[in-house]
Design a protein around this ligand. Structure first.
Ligand code: SF4
Ligand code: SF4
Length: 322
């Protein structure tokens, strides 16, 4: 597997203004440009490089679309020395601790129109939201279904377990490619992994075409509903949306007030850390939300772990007006 090329960085600095870790610390080494320089000089495992949140903000504004987050997501250095077999098998159950998973299991037809991607988050972390989406789609006249439980592999990539990630990605790509679209995801990071990482990882392999086709078939749920003109929320006082970095922007017609600030959840250690970026803390004080609804498993776990209620942390789908 070839990793993406960083050579296109012209050091223009346009990315500095959007990088959460640079804005937080003011240090060039914690900026996209600084990290690229460190990697190119052979310091790939420098703490400043490892601390990158892989949020993708730099790539979105970069004139050369330098794929730093994808490059780092395919890192070779394990964050923790966990055997691959253990993390691969236990990951969903570790995620499920303290969530609804052990009291609630998703059941329903396999495949449908549309088919809901039963990712680790959709199955294990917020199954109530997944069921809510299914009910909502039914109320619109669809015959929705679920995929079998699958993982996009990003948690393994974030732990630096490249071969386990590749195995998982290959399996998930093969299973999802066998379905007829549309496939809806509830997690921005799964979406990013499938749309951005898979085509890079499988470039030049027998799965290249399938990875590109899947990237154009899989959709974020809100986009799907917006296209139908069917995105309708319940009126709930103090409800705010936390925009995950991997989603980048809300679709047109999105009516919830939105906090577009990184929660700092990417990577195992960042996810477990009890701190949040100062910019997010400031926004929370300023807006004082009662409920913070997000769209990414990493953000959901991190915010739930760190924030004291209020705000209560939820998945936005739970506020669709059925
Ligand atoms: S990563 Fe892109 S935006 Fe940032 S300095 Fe390099 S070329 Fe410029
Ligand atoms: S991915 Fe995010 S945290 Fe990492 S360098 Fe780019 S903007 Fe900064």
């Amino acid at each position: 597997m070839k990793r993406p090329d960083l050579a296109l960085c012209s050091r223009c600095g346009r990315c500095l203004a959007v990088c959460p870790s640079y804005l937080e610390t003011g240090l060039e080494t914690n900026s996209p440009r600084g990290r690229i320089f460190l990697i190119q000089e052979g310091f790939e495992h420098h703490p400043a490089v490892i601390s990158c949140l892989r949020c993708g903000s730099c790539e979105a504004v970069c004139p050369n679309r330098v794929p730093l987050p994808e490059y780092l997501a395919l890192s070779t250095k394990p964050e923790w020395p966990i055997p691959e077999l253990v993390s691969e098998k236990l990951w969903p159950y570790l995620l499920g601790r303290g969530t609804e998973f052990f009291s609630r299991k998703i059941s329903g037809p396999r495949t449908g129109h549309p088919t809901i991607f039963l990712s680790c988050g959709a199955e294990v972390v917020y199954p109530g939201a997944t069921e809510r989406l299914w009910t909502y789609l039914k109320s619109l006249g669809f015959e929705p279904g679920f995929t079998e439980p699958l993982c996009c592999g990003l948690p393994l990539a974030s732990l630096g377990q490249r071969s386990a990630f590749l195995k998982k990605a290959r399996e998930t790509l093969t299973r999802l490619s066998a379905l007829k679209g549309p496939i809806l995801t509830l997690c921005a990071s799964c979406l990013w992994t499938i749309k951005r990482l898979y085509p890079l990882v499988f470039k030049g392999t027998e799965l290249e075409v399938k990875s590109q086709e899947l990237a154009s078939t899989i959709e974020e749920t809100a986009n799907f509903l917006v296209k139908l003109g069917k995105l309708k929320f319940s009126q709930v006082e103090g409800l705010y949306f936390h925009l995950p970095c991997h989603l980048r922007e809300t679709p047109p017609g999105w009516s919830l007030p939105t906090l577009s600030v990184c929660c700092g959840s990417v990577g195992g250690k960042a996810l477990l850390s009890k701190s949040i970026p100062r910019a997010l803390a400031r926004e929370l004080v300023l807006k004082n939300p009662k409920i913070l609804a997000t769209a990414c498993t990493g953000c959901y776990l991190k915010l739930r772990r760190v924030l004291k209620s209020p705000p209560e942390v939820k998945h936005w789908v739970e506020y669709l007006s059925v």
